[in-house]
Design a protein around this ligand. Structure first.
Ligand SMILES: C[S@@+](CC[C@H](N)C(=O)[O-])C[C@H]1O[C@@H](n2cnc3c(N)ncnc32)[C@H](O)[C@@H]1O
Length: 372
């Protein structure tokens, strides 16, 4: 826990990003974005004491002020790394505007909304001591809570919704789900593992396709809770068990499905652990260990996009080489193109790569099975 000193008393400082915390805090009900940035240079955050809506306007001004064009870069990988670096620097500056959250998630500012349900969604238990939080994150939590309540309709579940809180990977960009819905199931497939289940969506699709026993795992406690809730809501508790753990449960399955983070890079917050995986470590872990958890004729269904290749973060052909090195062959594969807005957003510095992106479902079998 990190604390700042406010009125000579320590107060907890919370931040979902792994940013270096500020050293000091000043209070203000009237300040410009420029003055906040000046203070930030001296590692001093600004605690907003004015009207909530004016605070939102100030935050918007701050965001505009910190947005700078990316530095020129020669290669796709350089563009990616410079873009991430710029994003993280800008995020640190934006997060220098704070709000105080009082006991039981109250915000004592004129025209502040009721944020209790949104913060309960994020933190699980109500707070008994006040804490400081970046204003921008508070707004993010409020937005995420609305999305959570609303849910995401999933065509592969006949339009039924999956509800996803802050901090869990959302299947909003769901083209890969149709691949899992459409791929042929092996004969007599009664057991499946879903590794890194997130919202539980892939386990739910398999259950709806008739797989009787499914074990879903995730090492993120927020994901485990979310998956359990979705599975209960969809009436699938008799078919799916969700466990909080790394990688594989005990036993063997006919199918193992896994959608690991697609980009080999370091996450800068808990939320990013579903997107970025340093050196593809989850992917390697699954390719290395899955064979021991599959029935003899079992299949590993791996979902991967080739975005990393278009960004120059992975050589083309590496994936196929790793499959071979770990003793797998591709028994079938299908692919789709993303339909999400980012793919066509010209303002996104990574649009050049996203426009070329394809998402693949590889159906892998053990080479030993092929030989038999
Ligand atoms: C890209 S998300 C996929 C979520 C979901 N399966 C889907 O397709 O929507 C990857 C998930 O893997 C989880 N994860 C990462 N490393 C893991 C590990 N070693 N063991 C279990 N889960 C892991 C993350 O917490 C995250 O929920």
């Amino acid at each position: 826990m990190h604390t700042l000193i406010l009125h000579q008393t320590p107060i907890e400082y919370r931040n979902e990003s792994s940013q270096k915390p500020p050293q000091n805090v000043q209070e203000s009900a009237q300040i410009s974005a420029e003055q906040i940035l000046q203070a930030a240079k001296n590692n001093t955050a600004t605690l907003w004491r004015g009207d909530f809506h004016q605070g939102k306007q100030l935050l918007a001004a701050l965001k505009k002020r910190v947005r700078k064009p990316s530095k020129p870069a020669a290669t796709p990988a350089e563009i990616f790394h410079k873009h991430r670096l710029a994003q993280s620097q800008q995020s640190r500056e934006i997060n220098m505007l704070l709000v105080e959250v009082g006991v039981n998630f109250t915000v004592d500012l004129p025209r502040a909304p009721d944020v209790q349900a949104a913060l309960l969604d994020v933190y699980g238990v109500a707070n008994t001591e006040a804490f400081l939080l970046p204003f921008n994150q508070l707004l993010g939590f409020i937005g995420a809570h609305e999305w959570h309540k609303q849910g995401v309709p999933i065509s592969a579940l006949g339009g039924d919704k999956i509800h996803v809180p802050f901090g869990v990977f959302s299947p909003l960009r769901g083209e890969y789900l149709d691949l899992v819905q459409q791929i042929r199931l092996p004969e007599n497939c009664h057991t499946a593992f879903d590794i890194g289940t997130g919202s539980g969506v892939l386990a739910a699709i398999l259950a709806r396709r008739g797989v009787a026993n499914i074990i879903a795992t995730d090492n993120n406690p927020r994901a485990v809770l979310c998956a359990r809730e979705n599975i209960a809501r969809l009436g699938l508790v008799n078919q799916i068990k969700v466990l909080q753990q790394d990688f594989f449960p005990d036993g063997v399955a006919n199918v193992i499905v896994c959608n690991p983070p697609w980009l080999p890079a370091k996450p800068t917050s808990a939320v990013e652990t579903a997107l970025y995986d340093p050196n593809h470590s989850m992917l390697h872990g699954v390719l290395r260990e899955a064979a021991a958890h599959l029935a003899a004729d079992g299949e590993l269904w791996l979902i991967m996009s080739d975005l990393a290749e278009h960004l120059g973060l992975r050589d083309s052909g590496s994936l196929q080489q790793w499959f071979a090195e770990y003793g797998w062959h591709i028994a079938a594969q299908s692919h789709t193109v993303p339909s999400h807005r980012k793919a066509t957003d010209e303002r996104d510095p990574l649009a050049f790569a996203r426009q070329k992106e394809c998402t693949y479902l590889y159906c892998l079998q053990k080479n030993s099975f092929q030989a038999a």
